[in-house]
Design a protein around this ligand. Structure first.
Ligand code: S3P
Length: 168
């Protein structure tokens, strides 16, 4: 194994699953959102407010370049929009093994509502718009090397499933 990259819509559990696997397998965890927050010492919402979304998207691409240049083994959790912009999906597929954590829009929306403060996209769009964004993104996420159906599975079930088919 070299790099494992988790992708999927907001609230699909990318960060929690990556954290669990990193502890279980003793490998580095890199979260693209956290890397950007640390760099600017601001929360994602504050970066969106202060510099705008396209600036944030540029930062995501910069983080991907850094990951690509590193030869460390790691598990990476991405932001829900990371694969969507500037052919990042193709880049991610070259950087490592991509895994799409798939779930239904209705389920993800329910969780998203609970955690809306940290999700600027939730503030920018209503449910109908978010559902359209979801449908568009699914087409791109589906280019991942692997797809895990996460419906009715706990985070530990999902982590277990990944560790069964990826050799760490
Ligand atoms: C975004 C998802 C967020 C974060 C930012 C934008 C998106 O990450 O990168 O708020 O465009 O879907 P999570 O998927 O971890 O919520």
């Amino acid at each position: 194994m070299n790099k494992i990259i988790l992708i999927g819509f907001m609230s699909s559990g990318k960060t929690s699953v990556a954290r669990t696997l990193s502890i279980k397998k003793n490998i580095i965890h890199m979260d693209t959102d956290l890397a950007i927050e640390k760099r600017f010492n601001l929360k994602i919402g504050e970066i969106f407010d202060k510099y705008g979304e396209s600036f944030f998207r540029e930062q995501e691409s910069i983080v991907l370049k850094k990951i690509d240049n590193s030869n460390l083994n790691m598990i990476i959790s991405t932001g829900g929009g990371t694969p969507i912009h500037t052919s990042n999906m193709q880049k991610l597929n070259k950087i490592g093994k991509t895994i799409y954590l798939e779930n239904s829009f209705e389920f993800l929306y329910k969780i998203l509502k609970r955690d809306k403060e940290s999700r600027p996209l939730f503030k920018m769009h209503n449910k109908n718009e978010l559902s359209k964004i979801y449908n568009e993104r699914v087409k791109i996420y589906s280019n991942a090397h692997f797809k895990i159906n996460c419906r009715k599975k706990s985070l530990s079930d999902i982590s277990e499933e990944i560790s069964n088919f990826i050799s760490f």
